[in-house]
Design a protein around this ligand. Structure first.
Ligand SMILES: Nc1ncnc2c1ncn2[C@@H]1O[C@H](COP(=O)(O)OP(=O)(O)OP(=O)(O)O)[C@@H](O)[C@H]1O
Ligand SMILES: [Mg+2]
Length: 501
């Protein structure tokens, strides 16, 4: 008797819980249905309750929550141009979702389909309105993107074909050396890795892994390998529409490295005649996780060495702003590593970024204004984007009669704005890339006029405590260069920052 009443009470509780869940789903659905404009859509994710729970509607609610977050991110973009760009990506995602919902036999699909349709319409209208707004104000669309790595969808990724060719050449090298993409901060390493698919032949499948993300933050080997595999699977799908075999966390738990190795056998099969280029961005972060004892050096780097030596279908590329010599731990695992240096853009690439960063760019430059941007930035991709972005912002505040032509005076006027809005870039040099002696040298050099060269003796007279090593570090960081018998700043804009300190 007791037993029956326990069962009944259990069933009743379950039923009540089920009813409560259905009511919550209904509330969430109505919230999504009520969205009447982009503002409602951008806020919708904040009020959804069910997305974290497990129910048949949860995956769909999560997708709509994510779309709402992306619309919010789009509207947070500074320029109307970039708002439109990101909104268009959201529309593509909604189109894909609509197709899935049309095919789906899922119970909730018929409820979500009209929501997707309505959201799509609202977002498309908003894109059109944003376009009208900029046209009405005769504003120049600001296409420049500051500080975020460029993905394949952005038209503003420029050049780098010679680096693509060099990587291709090294991939074909029969000695199969591991590669190191080495370049200073913000020189465009991640952007290049994201866009490698455009630069390499189709037979090379780029697999991009951001070691700053999930892999290095895992708490054990199984977590690390799981995140690595997941990154490879996502990247193969995105860059080459290739489906790699799946690998679950549970599979890996018992004997992670053996299991991962067996998974790589299956990946090799899936690759057929193609070659996978496994690019590990920010290898320094993995090094610090190893140093902290989170992963075992022998296990992780040994696995990498094994992959390089015994799996000819795979090539490994590390990317970072340090040399292997600075990371001794890696040197013994990466024999014969070949360095691919990524530095300033070529002059014609930088000119393109200034004069026609995207199709239908409506700002024209006087020739000496273009030359001045080149001189100030030395074709540093981030600095060209930063300065040109400020020039567009400045032009948009001017009278429409002079708005469409950038002059030398405009370029000079944009410099203080660029130094201020790009403060995070310059402060990183000051705080993380040089020591006290290096900073003293930079300040002293910066106090001279543009392009000034100081010889070592003059600097040492002024700063007697500075060691030889301080010069070496500044040269290695590509902040100064040796010319004639002295030193000068490599980039004028960087000199200006240290001059105003
Ligand atoms: N090929 C390119 N064309 C146009 N702009 C570029 C290019 N590469 C980089 N940039 C600009 O430089 C910025 C920094 O790029 P990215 O984040 O790829 O550099 P990074 O070397 O990976 O930097 P970090 O050292 O911080 O990881 C981008 O936001 C973009 O403004
Ligand atoms: Mg990067």
């Amino acid at each position: 008797m007791i037993c029956v009443s326990v069962i009944i009470s259990y069933l009743l509780t379950k039923h009540r819980r089920g009813t409560a869940e259905v009511a919550k789903i209904e509330q969430d659905l109505q919230r999504l249905e009520r969205c009447a404009n982009v503002k409602d859509i951008r806020n919708a994710h904040q009020s959804l309750k069910i997305a974290e729970l497990e129910s048949p509607a949860s995956p769909l609610l999560r997708i709509f929550s994510r779309i709402s977050e992306d619309v919010n991110a789009a509207l947070n973009q500074k320029s109307a141009y970039n708002q439109r760009l990101v909104l268009r990506i959201v529309v593509d995602r909604l189109d894909a979702q609509l197709q899935n919902l049309t095919r789906s036999t899922e119970k909730y699909a018929p409820r979500f389909r009209p929501i997707a349709q309505s959201w799509r319409e609202i977002i498309v209208n908003s894109v059109e309105e944003l376009a009208k707004e900029t046209e009405l104000l005769q504003e120049i669309d600001n296409p420049y993107i500051i500080g975020v790595p460029l993905n394949q969808q952005l038209e503003i990724f420029i050049g780098r074909s010679s680096i693509g060719l060099r990587i291709e050449e090294l991939i074909l090298d029969r000695r199969r050396p591991p590669l190191l993409l080495y370049g200073q901060r913000r020189m465009g390493k991640t952007s290049l890795l994201n866009n490698l698919g455009k630069l390499l032949p189709n037979s090379i499948i780029p697999l991009f892994i951001d070691l700053q993300g999930a892999p290095s933050s895992a708490s054990n080997n199984a977590g690390f390998l799981y995140n690595l595999a997941r990154g490879m699977i996502t990247s193969a799908k995105k860059q080459s529409a290739l489906t790699l075999p799946s690998l679950t966390r549970e599979d890996l738990e018992k004997d992670p490295f053996t299991c991962f190795d067996e998974w790589l056998d299956k990946v090799e099969e899936a690759l057929q005649d193609n070659t996978a280029l496994l690019s590990l961005d920010e290898f320094e972060v993995l090094d610090s996780a190893i140093a902290k004892g989170r992963f075992d050096e022998q296990d992780v780097l040994g696995m990498l060495r094994h992959l390089i030596q015994h799996r000819p279908r795979f090539k490994v590329l590390l990317a970072g702003s340090h040399t292997i010599e600075e990371y001794q731990r890696w040197a013994s695992y990466l024999i014969n590593v070949q360095v691919v240096h990524i530095s300033y853009l070529k002059e014609d690439e930088a000119r393109q970024l200034i004069k026609s960063p995207v199709k239908d760019f409506t700002l024209r430059y006087e020739p000496n204004a273009v030359e001045r941007v080149l001189q100030l930035t030395r074709c540093h991709p981030f600095l060209v984007q930063l300065l040109c972005g400020e020039i567009v912002a400045l032009k948009n505040e001017q009278d429409p009669s002079v708005r469409r032509l950038a002059t030398l005076a405009d370029v000079e006027a944009a410099v203080p704005e660029a130094l201020s809005s790009g403060g995070f870039f310059f402060a990183d040099i000051q705080n993380n890339q040089v020591d006290a002696a290096g900073l003293a040298i930079l300040k002293y050099l910066a106090a001279q006029e543009e392009g000034a060269i100081l010889n070592k003796r003059t600097i040492l007279n002024k700063l007697p405590d500075v060691s030889e090593n301080a010069f070496k570090l500044l040269l290695q960081r590509e902040l100064i260069e040796e010319v004639e018998d002295g030193f000068r700043f490599q980039v004028e804009l960087i000199r200006r920052w240290f001059a105003q300190m």
